[in-house]
Design a protein around this ligand. Sequence first.
Ligand code: AMP
Length: 368
Amino acid sequence: MIKLHDKHFKAFLSEAQIEAAVKNVAEKVAADYKDEVPIFVGVLNGAFMFVSDFLKHYPYDCEVSFVKLSSYQGLTSTGIVETLLDVSEDIEGRSVVILEDIIDTGRTLKELVHLFSNANVKEFKIASLFYKSDVYNGEYAIDYWGIEIPDKFIVGYGLDYKELGRNLKQVYQLNQKHMINLVLFGKPGAGKGTQAEFLKEKYNLKHISTGDLFRYNMKNDTDLGKLAKSYIDKGDLVPDEVTIKMLEDAVDKNPDASGFIFDGFPRTAAQANALDKFLAGKDMKVDATIALEAKDEILIQRLLERGKVSGRSDDQDEDKIRNRFDEYNEKTAPLKDYYEEQGKFHSVNGIGEIDEVTHRLGKVIEEL
Ligand code: AMP
């Protein structure tokens, strides 16, 4: 697995596979053009490696030139194709073979054909190393191609993701399933919810707060809400089996998420075990547990302030708050050892400006 900018890519085609494909294209073209001197026109930037290796495998006389177009910006084709380097003029009556690194939708190809349409060439053919046959619009025949590939974003061997990756000898595929799953740990009032709001935007994660889910159910007076209320109002934990099931349902509702922030879950050893088991069944895992640390007295002040605004019954009474701390110390704090044994426990100072704390959390996440 490699990382370019913000994305992860996994190995897709080896050097040997690429070389065999390049050789194969060169041999097929050579068989058709051995009796004349074709002009090969490489399409920059992506095709430079292909053109170079293609020529090494091309045994007869030939000329080479380049054009430069641009249509990809990031991961998706913008549909806007610009001509940055035009074709030379002395190609009239000659056979031109375009050397492309990849044919996907066909938008770039259309522009290329347009570029050559007034050049009075004898023959115009298209050779591409990679060919996404599933998405190609089929407007022009692709005369030669090396490897048909599925519609996945690839980098390496000349192809880039935001200009990185062109120098890779192998080809890598975007790994859409690379997830980051975080557990935000910390006593009530430590800032888990606040920080989760920032982190979910920054890292494109789905935020699941079991506290929020309970409050939603209480507000809507569901059976789950009625059950949870009796515990929450006292500052006690809701029983594991109820909480675990609710959390699993919330994860299942987001099959396309690129990762989760679990906020307020797990809070007991049974929940931590259940989470590991549940995620493993989906080929997922907890990547890191980050605890936001702050002193009780500061937290009590924060919670009482919050209680005035939010109306949360469990934030308005110091005894209830202390009971929540006791629950944390007794049932949740021991999970530190559980995650530490797995090398997944990190601790961050939760005191300071919100963005300072976000920055501290970001440092941990980016090193994962
Ligand atoms: P929070 O908003 O995370 O502080 O949660 C508020 C209350 O919801 C807690 O005091 C518990 O009563 C209940 N709760 C939230 N998450 C859990 C959990 N993982 N296990 C048991 N109870 C929970």
